[in-house]
Design a protein around this ligand. Sequence first.
Ligand code: NAX
Ligand code: K
Length: 499
Amino acid sequence: MPDSHDDLPIPLYSAAQVRELDARLIAAGTPGFELMQRAGHAAWRALRRRWPDAGALTVLAGRGNNAGDGYLVAALAKRAGWLARVLAVCNPAQLQGDAAKACDEARQAGVEIQPWRECARLEGVLVDALLGTGLSGEVREPYAQAIRQLNASGLPVMAVDIPSGLSADTGRALGVAVRAELTVTFIGLKLGLLTGDAPDCVGALAFADLQADPQIVAGLPAEAVRLAAGNVARLAPRPRSAHKGRYGHLLVVGGDRGLGGAALLSAESALRSGAGLVSLATRSEHVPAALARRAEVMSVGVSSANQLLALMERVDVLVVGPGLGQAAWGRSLLSAAARGARAQIWDADALNLLSVGAASVPANTVLTPHPGEAARLLGCDISAVQADRPAAVRALARKYAAVAILKGAGSLIADPDGRLAVCDHGHPAMAGAGLGDVLAGLVGGLLAQGLPPFEAACLAVWLHARAGERLAVQGRGLAAGDLFPVVRQLLEEHAPCLN
Ligand SMILES: NC(=O)C1=CN([C@@H]2O[C@H](COP(=O)(O)OP(=O)(O)OC[C@H]3O[C@@H](n4cnc5c(N)ncnc54)[C@H](O)[C@@H]3O)[C@@H](O)[C@H]2O)[C@@H](O)CC1
Ligand SMILES: [K+]
């Protein structure tokens, strides 16, 4: 898992936007080669900080400016007395512009430059300077083979700017991608470093602004934002005169036979996030168990849409779908739910029923699909969703005029107004049953307390992922309900209940 990303910038850029930033900085008077030298220095500093005693490095270099950065790292290492070698996948005679200058500098420093071969000997820290933001399409040979060799070497790898093969726009490995232990990225943080295949490729992530003029950088609107303590919404502190009526009444609808736990987890999650009142509409046979586990949740058995409509008259927020099933009971409750409440969260089977046209999405709804549900909603294959997660979540938000959360490593949140946020927290120990039910309840609990849908979704995703990270120090076997006390604690640290 990545080291803490707390010191990384908030704006996230596409490859085209980073190219535009480079161009604007150059036009404003910083020569491209100067930027490349700063990149080389930043990468070398980061490498030495992580592997101070390695004493040797091998740079795998391609043909663009990413290779130029790599040649300069080799030159700096050689001048510092390290053993420094470049294995050139592209004949150095074909290099152009700044990359050619960087190659000359490496030669002058005494770096050994050899053509790359499959059987080439690798030693020391490996520096991946094969492909950067100029990558287009699936990785071609011999680059793919060089990447496979690097991954199979068992040696530590530092990626320059982005692991080669990873799309800076989508985080997808385009055929094959470098799996780095450290990635040092320049000027603008790329969206593709945080989602999709990125968590398995990027390793620890370091950012170097290359002394770019902040005004020039700020002048270019970003593609997305990274969720961090500084930019997720805060619930307002509560006045001493607070009463439960001010913090919303939330109703969870779900829990068909055999699926009762999911709805109860959502209800408990909403309660633990601070919702004023929480009700649960479920199969009547689940009511005794629900009451025994959480007496604070008003659990009611419903068998018809009319019963649900009567309950809905008293509530502000609905969470529909956890354990709802896709049979007649769930269908009738979903179509009743679609007719009311100030705000709704549609999760799990509500999304599966939506994908077959069983109901339409009301205003102010948050959809919380995992990639499989997203694929059903978009009528495509799951691999198409994962190939471009930012595009998929935006498409969902547009299609349903709703805030959409696309779950999975590097969760994304899209608003139909165009806003996009990415969460780079979380842990593979969170891949387990019930975690989604907890998230849905959390979004609902925050909506009930007055946050707008996009803000509630972002805060919920961030709290949920951070809580999972904290708990994952104990490893596998995380139970969804374990999150409740940690979410409470994080929420209190982030937005104290009392001033
Ligand atoms: N002034 C600048 O523009 C700066 C650029 N920097 C570096 O420059 C990089 C971008 O440089 P470039 O735009 O030259 O691009 P790259 O260095 O990523 O390389 C592009 C080249 O890779 C090859 N290529 C593209 N797609 C491929 C594929 N699918 N399979 C195999 N080969 C493929 C093509 O020959 C293409 O010319 C950044 O990632 C960063 O490392 C840094 O030096 C900072 C300053
Ligand atoms: K690279």
